[in-house]
Design a protein around this ligand. Structure first.
Ligand SMILES: CC(C)(COP(=O)(O)OP(=O)(O)OC[C@H]1O[C@@H](n2cnc3c(N)ncnc32)[C@H](O)[C@@H]1OP(=O)(O)O)[C@@H](O)C(=O)NCCC(=O)NCCS
Length: 156
């Protein structure tokens, strides 16, 4: 079943909601693929104050469901960053809508190839949406899968 959402550009007022979704997803989903110390490091990386900094560096969007942040994603140059959906709403199309919106913005900005350092947990998600595995990249002990999507079609 699809979930009714509205996708908007994030601002400071969404920082707490973004943090809650991200930390929840890391603890409940990514924890299956990474050791506890790595999960703790990732969770602390997404403190509200760090998110406020990220908002200044990246175009960040949120999916709103019943006036609550249900998912988020960001674009920094040609790079997709931090796509997270509230675990209670997984497999209902929220992540696909967020990624589609980031691709639309990237295309408008003239980006022709998008790259993402996918968590091990999200590889099937990105594959389903046309991203192809290139290599592995480590951030400290955090293993990620570098995936790209080429020929992002320009908007009319
Ligand atoms: C990855 C994530 C954002 C996907 O969000 P989502 O809203 O559940 O994704 P969608 O419902 O749009 O899924 C689209 C398709 O991707 C694939 N997919 C998504 N999650 C999958 C999973 N766990 N296993 C297998 N395929 C999956 C499916 O083909 C799915 O289509 P279907 O449900 O019709 O079969 C979400 O699982 C998440 O927050 N994960 C934890 C955080 C994370 O690792 N984020 C990536 C950081 S780089």
């Amino acid at each position: 079943m699809r979930t009714q959402i509205e996708v908007i550009t994030a601002s400071e007022e969404h920082a707490e909601g973004i943090g809650k979704v991200v930390r929840d997803a890391i603890r409940r989903v990514n924890a299956k693929d990474y050791p506890p110390h790595e999960i703790n490091r990732l969770v602390s990386n997404f403190s509200t104050s760090n998110i406020l900094d990220f908002l200044k560096q990246r175009l960040t969007i949120v999916a709103m469901h019943d006036n609550v942040v249900a998912g988020t994603g960001a674009l920094q140059g040609p790079e997709i960053k931090s796509v997270f959906v509230s675990p209670d709403l997984h497999r209902r199309g929220v992540g696909s809508v967020l990624l589609g919106e980031l691709e639309r913005v990237a295309s408008k900005r003239g980006v022709q190839e998008l790259v993402v350092s996918s968590s091990l947990s999200a590889v099937k998600f990105y594959s389903a949406l046309g991203y192809v595995e290139q290599s592995r990249k480590f951030f400290g002990e955090e293993e990620t899968v570098v995936m790209i999507k080429s020929a992002i079609s320009p908007s009319p």
